[in-house]
Design a protein around this ligand. Structure first.
Ligand code: GLU
Length: 321
């Protein structure tokens, strides 16, 4: 049985997005800002934005959808994309595909698994992915670093970097350095730890708005591929795999709860953004800088739960189609 199309009516979407934004602005609990950098700690948490880019090419937004924030761990989706494009399945010799059940910056599991991080979306895994990308070259003229990839995904529009956030994180990055060193100790880290950390910190400090992230995430929608076009099929397979990891590992140790409430593949960052994918249907970004206890945007998660429910977008089945 073929799956009926999900609703992408822009008028309905605009109504839903406006209602979510208006309603969430009345919340009493906005969560706590990230303590990653002083600048992030001082942010006004009473802010919310949402942007939705549909497979028909429509963009709908509400709230502060043009406000730029640091993408932080959302960048790990883009670095994984590059690594899979360049190294294919070999990526999985060095990084696992399992949910961690630990916070994003936890080191404990790394020793148990002899330097092989549980998945590419927690810091130890992202650092190993960055080690693979560091100095990597390719002969197909494709991108090799996250900022260039993101600029290309935005059709050449240049994204910024928040140097202040990058510098304050760079200075206090002791846990990340320890993780990379432990992987190196087990022979799973090739390059100089500080050089790789510098790439990582720069990509985390990329600044983008909800509108830009939703646009950049269009490639995650999985497009129907011509069965005779092996390159297109491989791209589609790769996107499905990235979505699988976003669903199971994208919200740190809150991934199960998020799948239960929202039912969509998504990746969060401690800057308060969440990039979510509705396969074949839409790329969505929400932003609210107050975080929950897992480090995920508190109201961003709530917004996605409401959007998924109102549009009947859960990947786990439809209530109306
Ligand atoms: N740059 C942050 C760190 O490495 C990213 C954390 C996140 O968004 O999960 O700690």
């Amino acid at each position: 049985m073929s799956e009926p199309k999900r609703n992408t009516d822009p008028a309905k979407l605009a109504k839903v997005a406006d209602a979510i934004a208006a309603d969430l602005m009345q919340s009493d609990n906005w969560g706590k800002p990230s303590s990653l950098a002083p600048k992030m700690q001082d942010i006004d948490t009473h802010q919310f934005g949402i942007a939705i880019h549909t497979s028909d090419g429509n963009t709908v937004s509400a709230g502060k959808a043009d406000e730029a924030f640091t993408i932080q761990s959302i960048s790990k989706v883009f670095s994984l994309t590059l690594a899979l494009e360049m190294f294919g399945e070999k990526v999985w010799d060095r990084v696992g595909k399992e949910p961690s059940g630990d916070p994003y910056n936890s080191i404990v599991d790394l020793e148990r698994h002899e330097g092989i991080p549980r998945n590419p979306f927690i810091n130890p895994g992202a650092l190993v992915i960055n080690d693979m990308l560091h100095k990597a070259t390719r002969n197909d003229d494709g991108k090799t670093n996250v900022r260039d990839l993101v600029n290309a995904l935005l059709d050449g529009e240049e994204v910024g970097i928040d140097d202040e956030v990058a510098q304050s994180e760079g200075g206090s990055n002791f846990a990340n350095r320890a993780m990379a060193n432990l992987s190196k100790h087990f022979g799973n880290f090739e390059h100089d730890v500080d050089d790789v950390l510098s790439d990582y910190v720069q990509q985390c400090a990329i600044t983008m708005s909800c509108k830009q992230l939703a646009r950049a995430g269009r490639y995650l929608m999985v497009e129907r591929a011509d069965p005779d076009d092996e390159d297109a099929l491989e791209r589609a397979r790769r996107v499905r795999r990235i979505n699988a990891l976003m669903l199971t590992c994208g919200q740190y140790d809150g991934s199960g709860e998020f799948a239960y409430r929202v039912g969509l593949p998504a990746k969060s960052g401690v800057g308060g953004g969440i990039l979510a994918v509705v396969p074949n249907t839409a790329s969505v970004c929400v932003w609210a800088p107050g975080l929950d206890d897992y480090g995920n945007s508190l109201l961003g998660t709530e917004a996605l739960a409401r959007l998924s429910e109102k549009m009947d977008w859960s990947v786990f089945g439809s209530l109306s189609r």
